[in-house]
Design a protein. Structure first.
Length: 385
């Protein structure tokens, strides 16, 4: 909104220097500074309020057994995702072109799952119901968000020429068209039957993956912040005619505005680490984890890079895979032998290493390093054809 005000003043009164607000890189920098400031200064107030209201974490019994002891974290203020939401949404509203379909859709996606996460946290820590929001309600929120995002990306006139197209890694001068049905039902537009379920899957998978990763101090926030830096580059390239042509990428008019949001997202995560780094004085809870996952998933879909997610978000990917493998193998062996067996000491995978004796701070830093490497690798893929 501040962006539109400054733009109006620049057109009417033409004060010197105001024209720089038109540059997305300038507004991305301002959004990052604003987001970081909100996280650092308002975050302290929110943490004090959470502590005063005794809105603290209740550690699961399984995390205080054997080689893992998280009992010292009990009582630490949670619902710190409010800090992330306030910083990323507030700074984007100030510096982003919110009239752009890309911007208001990503804001909706982030706030949507943030609301479901807030309700889940509220039930757990305020109502003292450790079950939280029923899984079916949470899944309904994820599916409904995916339905909204998929419908907009498919049916909105701005995406009419590319609604089923996406980037296909390692293939020169080609993209993947999800509309496989066009070869069977010629003349009938049924691409939405394939594309929208894919969007629902990506949004649901990412929001759950970040939630699973949020098990150690600073892990989810740090990994998401690094991924968001990579997404800043993808968003800027997608919306810039020169860079998209140089890299032989799809030019997506208006997508460059997502650079402002991605910048705010990265800064909000790094600002949150000021309090969430080991030893954490606040946890993000589902309020933060679900909204961050929805934001990352929706961003990758908007810039048509969802097929790069296993590389770009490798840590999130393996956290989810470890849970799936552990659960599947345990159920299979219990059915076959009567005794369930495990592949990992614990799942998600970060607890496997923690149970093996590695300090959680070392695990977190190593996962950050791995994420930095995979993000760079994802960016390099753009030049491999």
């Amino acid at each position: 909104m501040l962006y539109y005000l400054i733009e109006y003043l620049e057109k009417v009164y033409q004060p010197p220097g105001f024209q720089i607000i038109q540059f997305q890189t300038v507004r991305a920098g301002l959004a990052a500074i604003t987001s970081l400031a909100i996280s650092l200064f308002i975050g302290r107030t929110i943490i004090r309020w959470l502590a005063k209201k005794q809105i603290g974490e209740r550690v699961r019994d399984g995390i205080t057994a054997g080689a893992i002891d998280h009992s010292h974290k009990s009582g630490t203020p949670t619902m710190g995702g409010l800090i992330i939401l306030l910083s990323v949404l507030g700074s984007t509203l100030l510096w982003g072109a919110i009239a752009e379909v890309y911007v208001w859709l990503i804001l909706l996606a982030t706030a949507w799952m943030g609301a479901f996460g807030f309700v889940d946290d509220y039930i757990k820590v305020v109502k003292r119901n450790k079950s939280g929001l029923p899984a079916r309600i949470k899944l309904t929120g994820q599916i409904s968000l995916g339905l909204i995002v998929g419908s907009v990306l498919y049916f909105h006139p701005q995406f009419s020429d590319i609604h089923t197209l996406t980037y296909l890694p390692f293939v020169k001068d080609e993209t993947l068209d999800y509309d496989f049905l066009q070869y069977v039902f010629t003349g009938i537009d049924l691409g939405w039957m394939i594309y929208i379920p894919i969007v629902i899957f990506v949004v649901t998978a990412l929001s759950n993956a970040v939630n699973l990763t949020d098990g150690l101090d600073g892990l989810a926030a740090g990994v998401t912040g690094i991924v968001a830096v990579g997404l800043m580059a993808f968003c800027y390239i997608a919306g810039n005619a020169v860079f998209s042509e140089f890299l032989n990428e799809m030019m997506l008019p208006g997508a460059g505005e997502l650079t402002v949001f991605a910048s705010a997202l990265a800064a909000s995560c790094f600002g949150f680490l000021w309090y969430n780094g080991y030893p954490a004085t606040v946890f993000m809870g589902d309020t933060g984890a679900l909204s961050l996952g929805a934001a990352v998933g929706t961003l990758t879909l908007m810039v048509r890079k969802e097929l790069l997610l296993p590389v770009l978000c490798a840590v999130f990917f393996w956290e989810s895979i470890s849970v799936i493998v552990q659960t599947t193998w345990f159920r299979y062996t219990r059915k076959k032998t009567g005794t369930g067996r495990r592949v990992f000491r614990m799942a998600p995978i970060h607890h496997h290493y923690e149970a093996g004796g590695t300090h959680e701070n070392k695990i977190v830093v190593r996962f950050w390093i791995i994420t930095a490497i995979t993000v760079i690798a994802a960016l390099l893929v753009l030049r491999i054809r």
